[in-house]
Structures are given as C-alpha cells and as structure tokens.
Design a protein around this ligand. Structure first.
Ligand code: GDP
Ligand code: IMO
Ligand code: MG
Length: 425
C-alpha cells in the first residue's frame, strides 16, 4: 500500500497529535520523520490528557508499530521520561516502538549551546524551546553528530567525549556559566533505556512494510511556516517540516506517498519570536488564548494568537501538495459574533495574495469578516448538526484553498471529531 502524511500548515500546535491518534486505527505503522522534543503533541481520550514529545502519536493503539525515523533528533533524557510514563500506564512501549539507528542524539552540551546562542542573540532570539534542536541538526549537517546506532558500538564513550570537548570549546566563546555533570548523569541513564529498545534500519523496515501492503502514516512535527527552507526564516526550526521531509526523514520515495493531510486551526497561533501578520496582540488575541487554552505543550509559554491567514495557508498547501485538510478548534470561535479571515496582505504598498520573501512590519493583513455561529459546537457528532454559519465558513475555506476539508475537530477529545468526504463538493 502507500504512505499517507499528516503535517501542520501553520506555526505548529495545530492538533497533529489528536488527529494522528484518531486516524491510527486505519494504519499499521505511525512514523515520526523530523523534529525532536521541541514538539509537544497532545491527545485526549477517556478523560486523560497525554503529551508526547518524541514518541509517535499512535502509541496508544495496541498492535500498531510506532517508528521514530532517521530525521528525528532524540534527547535520551526526555525519551526516558516519556517511556517511563507510558510504561506506568500499561503501554508496552518497548514492544510497540522502534527507533532508527540513523536518528541523531541530542547531547546535554547541545542544550547548553542552544541556550548560549539564544542568549547571545538578545532581542533577536528565535524563541527556541531550548531543547538543543538547532545545535544537534548543525552537528548532523556538519558531520559531527552521534547517532542512535553508535550507542550499541564500542567506542561510543570516546566519540561522546570528543564531541563534548568540541562543544566546551564553543561554549568558551559565550559568557555563560554551566554545570554539565548532573546533566550527563541523566543523559547516560537515558542511553541505558534506549539500549533496551529495538533499534532498526528504519528505511528498510518501512519499505518492506510498504511492499507487504501495510499502511503507514507519517506524523509531522512543528508546521510548514517553521520549515528551515520555506518558513519565516530565521524564525524557524532546524528541520524540513514539509512533505519532502517525509522522504529524507524516513527513507521513503516520493512516489510512495498518497494522501497528504494538512492540518490547521480555524484561527492561527505562534509560539516564540518572528513574523505573524494576522496576530491580534490585544484583547481579541487574549480571548482566543483563554478559550483555546493556547499555552505551549512543551514549554508552557503563552501562544500568540490571531486570525486565520489564507495567503500563508495557500503557500503551505502548495509546498506540501496537500490533498485534504483537517480543520481544528472551530469550537474556540463558538462565542465570536464575527470572525475575521486574512485574505491578502498589503506589502510595500501593494495588495498581494502570496507569502512574500521577507515579512516584517512591511506587511499589513487585509481582512474580510464572516458572521459567527454563536452556538456550542463541542457536542456535535454529525455534520448535519452544524450551524449554517459554520457550514458557510467551511465552504468558503474549501473554495479559497481549493482543497477539501475532510476532518473537522470540535474539541480536544478523540471523540470530538467529524470525518467527511475527501473530495470537494
Ligand atoms: P500538536 O503539536 O499539533 O499536536 O498540537 P498541541 O498538542 O501542541 O496543541 C493543540 C492543543 O489543542 C492541545 O491542547 C489539544 O488538546 C487541543 N485541541 C486539539 N484539537 C482541538 C479542538 O478541536 N478543539 C479544542 N478546543 N482543542 C483542541
Ligand atoms: P509541535 O510539533 C510550535 C518553535 C519555537 C521557536 C522555533 C524554534 O508541537 O507543533 P526550536 O526549539 O525548534 O529551535 O525552536 O520553533 N517551535 C514550535 N512551535 N510547535 C512546535 O512543535 C514547535 N517546535 C518548535 O517556539 O519559535
Ligand atoms: Mg505542539
């Protein structure tokens, strides 16, 4: 069979974890292809809320394999915490999860370098999650990194010490106090936990599975506007968060990819620094934040909130080849009399409908207003119960984005999900 992809179209936190969990029964394997513990993927069912950082969001379904692909960067400390938590809940993580030998390791010193780099940037800081993501990918592309497979080989400790030595030299350039000792104890405990997992050549495993007719869902982390190439550079993460990242992050060829589900919120959020043309840095944004509980799942930081941005979404749909959409958190807008939609930008005095090279204060959003639906949608279980204004909002977005919305989420719980046809009406 084929590989389907689910990924974020905005600045992350669109609700990927929830929808991967909802879709998992249709798949044999769920595979994360990039990012690391900067991700926080939330799922809710049976009154319990779970946040996953490294482990794919299919882990709560027995019999489904969860692969952490080569494109992911792994912090053994965080992974150990995640594993221990799941084991306590009775999830057989060691049976259900497989980890690529080619995935890179986040060292304690990568986290220190992340912090030092952000401190040195001052006001221009990225707003990194400080999980060591940037420095780890830098070592990967700089051909200095350590990989999961190295843990199992003689000489790992020497390789580790040699890389840490390099990092210490780099840290000398920064005026930052640090103490690596405690961090290293935890790191080595995490390494021991990873040794108990099954490390595989995930590209072979996945391609064999494709040949054997298995269904695979690739789970993205972050969002398209945080992509290292196509996001709002330099305020981005350090990996390819887009469909192409599935190929490099899992070793799957482009012609094996079938459905590409792009996920977006009915409004828009961003955490960390960087441009956000439709941001409402005011009472409206505050209202969305409160109603949507918009606080980072990884860092607890307040998420910046604003209106849906069509030029940005069209750009993301184009870059990813999105075949269908999943609209999240429409319920957060339930009490709004009217809802704004950014349709264009005024860019250097000109009205444009595309995402320009550089967005700073040279971009002004142009809005249209849609009438709100003003009813509680969180208990709706069928599309036929949607209020007229919500039906209009969905139809308007589908027409503008030229892509069907096949999933509508009306609350954080697994059950608050409505699936529709995968073609435009
Ligand atoms: P991810 O990183 O894309 O997996 O998203 P996060 O988990 O960081 O953030 C999404 C947040 O919205 C989580 O707290 C979810 O529980 C919550 N959520 C997901 N879908 C919905 C929805 O349709 N309505 C509401 N109100 N909350 C949702
Ligand atoms: P999920 O998978 C939202 C943001 C950070 C920062 C920038 C760079 O949960 O959607 P990094 O730690 O990667 O160096 O940070 O990217 N960021 C996210 N924002 N959701 C995420 O993941 C994010 N992962 C990173 O806030 O602005
Ligand atoms: Mg998140």
């Amino acid at each position: 069979m084929a590989v389907d992809v689910l990924l974020g179209l905005q600045w992350g936190d669109e609700g990927k974890g929830k929808i991967v969990d909802v879709l998992t029964p249709e798949y044999d394997i769920i595979a994360r292809f990039q990012g690391g513990p900067n991700a926080g993927h939330t799922l809710e069912f049976e009154g319990i809320k779970h946040v996953l950082h490294t482990i794919p969001s299919g882990i709560f379904h027995k019999g489904v394999k969860n692969v952490v692909g080569n494109g992911v960067v792994i912090d053994p400390v965080i992974l150990k915490i995640e594993i221990d938590k799941l084991l306590k809940m009775g999830v057989d993580v060691k049976e259900q999860m497989l980890i690529s030998k080619k995935a890179h390791l986040i060292l304690p010193s990568h986290k220190l370098l992340d912090k030092a780099s952000e401190m040195a940037k001052g006001k221009a800081k990225i707003g990194s999650t400080l999980k060591g993501i940037g420095p780890t990918y830098m070592d990967k592309t700089g051909r200095n990194g350590l990989r999961i497979g190295d843990i199992f080989e003689a000489g790992f400790q020497e390789k580790y010490l040699s890389l840490v030595k390099k990092h210490k030299n780099m840290l000398n350039f920064y005026d930052m106090d640090y103490n690596l000792d405690d961090m290293e104890v935890e790191f080595h405990q995490g390494i021991e936990t990873i040794k108990e997992l099954t490390a595989i050549d995930s590209e072979h495993y996945l391609n064999k599975a494709i040949k054997a007719g298995k269904n695979i869902l690739a789970e993205g982390a972050q969002g398209t506007l945080l992509d290292i190439d196509f996001g709002t550079y330099p305020f981005v993460t350090s990996s390819n968060t887009i469909t192409a990242g599935t190929c490099t992050g899992l070793g799957i060829a482009p012609n094996k990819i079938d459905r590409i589900v792009g996920i977006f919120k009915a409004y828009c959020t961003r955490v960390g620094s960087g441009p956000f043309p439709s941001e409402e840095d005011n009472e409206t944004g505050e209202r969305i934040r409160k109603l949507g509980f918009e606080f980072g799942a990884t860092t607890g930081r307040e998420r910046r909130c604003g209106w849906i941005d069509l030029p940005a979404l069209k750009y993301a749909i184009m870059i990813n080849g999105v075949t269908e959409l999943s609209m999240m958190k429409g319920d957060v807008l339930d009490s709004f009399e009217s809802i704004k939609v950014c349709t264009h930008y005024i860019h250097n005095g000109e009205k444009i409908d595309y995402f320009p090279y550089n967005i700073n204060n040279n971009v002004e959003p142009v809005y249209i207003e849609k009438k709100g639906w003003n009813i509680d949608t969180t208990k709706i279980t069928s599309e036929s119960e949607f209020p007229k204004e919500l039906v209009d909002y969905i139809a308007y977005l589908e027409a503008e984005l030229e892509t069907p919305i096949s999933i509508i989420s009306v609350g954080p719980d697994r059950s608050q999900t409505i699936q529709r046809d995968r073609v435009l009406a």
